[in-house]
Design a protein around this ligand. Structure first.
Ligand code: FAD
Length: 460
């Protein structure tokens, strides 16, 4: 019998020979690059990274992982805070080479492979004056954000990304490629809309496109006072549904468009997308401009894809927690401002996203994302460079979230890290968790897809 290392070598050679894409192991020159994810401090050494080129490739790797009992990681854009897009000693399916995009402008739909990023997709469809709402960051993968739900720049106008998901091709744990939609495998279709990769690997999505070209949008930076913070949330709740707004309370970074005197001071960085008559944009944004003397005001008529221009920070690690709420009390705004400067993280932010609108018109139990009755999403994050600081930053985000009223409230899986079962259960409220567990038993009884915010199969 071959020694374990030899046996693995034979297994990998065999897998390599079956793939249309590439299989990269530690001996290959591109290995260090291939094992990297967005949070570069996550330093795991997979047995192999399969840069897959087709659904058949995905199915082959799934079969190999299942038969050899190797851990299986799945990666699209690699932004998982927990590093679920890589593995120590296991197999990684890297979809980032699968970026095919077919736009059906007449029917306003697109079929896309799931390795494309939010920015790449939006630039390509935006050229035709058509877009689908994704998140606020261009480098995030379509695969991960869609399966989590997708809260972004069009959340009040058009709902979540999953509200525009019409169908998907999914490779299941037994290596089958299945088309899922409202008509075909409706339970699986329900589960993947918020259930992340617990049920399979999506290789293609069919997404609805909306005719949106010019919007009023961009960034407004205000001094952060308790009144400005609560006023921002109220103004966003009162605004027409065409406006989606994200408020980030943070210490001002030393950016050239922020006056030097404000650097390091608490600011409220608002990000806006107003879809509606451009000449009404002024009036829609006016209540936000009235919240203080802006340090910077870049809100203007722009083409929608311009929202994804520019690059964000590239931290090595992030601590974070999040929860859904309905409103933000003045005491919470004060707590944010008290506790923000206490964190030693080089970058930290409290993000407030006002919900409602189209998101809230879908029933809570219509998808595995089940927080549609909540009016506000609160995300607390601290980004840092040194692994040894993890406990300090975890404690800060959790203490702050609790003082903002988190208190066991459920969160959004897209922004969660490695979590205990109680947190995951709360992320799937009502009957969602038990329904997901039942479907997990049906579609992945051996929990092959377990490197994720895991939904354990229901007991037999
Ligand atoms: C800087 C930053 C900004 C963000 N902004 C937003 C935002 O505005 N709105 C929002 O909703 N979320 C946002 N997120 C959260 C983000 O949507 C999730 O972390 C998402 O899971 C990342 O997807 P990915 O493909 O880039 O990451 P990956 O690490 O590749 O994947 C994340 C998870 O999804 C699984 N997965 C990925 N692709 C597939 C696939 N094709 N089939 C099956 N499973 C798959 C992975 O196995 C993993 O468990 C942000 C995250 C970061 C780091």
């Amino acid at each position: 019998m071959a020694a374990p290392e030899q046996a693995q070598q034979i297994l990998m050679d065999d897998l390599r020979s079956q793939l249309k894409g590439e299989l990269i192991t530690a001996e290959d020159p591109g290995y260090d690059e291939a094992r990297q994810v967005f949070f570069k401090g996550i330093d795991r050494r997979p047995l192999a990274v399969a840069r897959v080129a087709s659904a058949d490739d995905v199915a082959r790797v799934v079969t190999t992982a299942r038969e050899s009992e190797l851990e299986l990681a799945v990666r699209s854009g690699g932004h998982s805070r927990a590093g679920y897009g890589t593995s120590e000693g296991g197999l990684v399916i890297d979809l980032s080479g699968m970026k095919e995009l077919e736009i059906d402008a007449g029917n306003k739909t697109a079929w896309i492979e799931t390795g494309i990023t939010a920015g790449e997709y939006t630039v390509a469809t935006g050229e035709r004056g058509l877009v689908t709402g994704l998140g606020d960051t261009g480098s995030v993968g379509i695969g991960g954000i869609t399966l989590a739900g997708g809260i972004g720049f069009l959340v009040r106008k058009n709902g979540l990304t999953i509200d525009d998901l019409l169908a998907a091709d999914v490779v299941t744990a037994d290596g089958e490629v299945v088309r899922v939609s409202e008509e075909s495998e409706p339970d699986l279709f329900w589960a993947i809309r918020g259930g992340e990769n617990n049920f399979g690997i999506a290789t293609r999505f069919q997404l609805r496109l909306h005719e949106i070209s010019e919007i009023v949008g961009g960034m407004l930076i205000l001094p952060a006072t308790p009144e400005a913070i609560t006023g921002f949330v109220e103004a966003a709740q009162d605004a027409p549904e065409g406006l989606s707004a994200i408020g980030n309370v943070m210490l001002a970074p030393p950016m050239p468009f922020i006056p030097e005197a404000a650097h390091g001071k608490p600011v409220l960085m608002g990000l806006f997308a107003y879809v509606g008559p451009v000449d009404q944009g002024e009036a829609v944004i006016a209540p936000f401009r009235a919240l203080g003397e802006p340090y910077a005001d870049m809100v203007r008529p722009i083409r929608y894809p311009a929202l994804y221009e520019g690059e964000g920070p590239e931290p090595r690690f992030a601590s974070g927690t999040n929860f859904f709420a309905d409103s933000l009390e003045p005491a919470a705004a004060e707590a944010i401002l008290d506790q923000l400067p206490q964190s030693s993280a080089p970058m930290k932010a409290i993000q407030l996203r006002v919900l409602g609108g189209a998101l809230a018109r879908v029933r809570n139990d219509a998808t595995a994302f089940a927080h549609r009755d909540r009016g506000l999403f609160v995300n607390v994050a601290a980004m840092y460079m040194d692994a040894g600081e993890k406990n300090t930053h975890d404690a800060w985000v959790n203490d702050l979230a609790n003082s903002l009223g988190k208190d066991g409230a459920g969160g959004y899986v897209g922004f969660l890290g490695e979590e205990d079962e109680e947190t995951l259960r709360a992320a799937y409220p009502g009957g969602t968790w038990e329904r997901l567990r039942g479907l997990k038993r049906r579609y992945d009884p051996d929990n092959l897809f377990r490197l994720n915010h895991n939904v354990p199969p229901a007991d037999g």
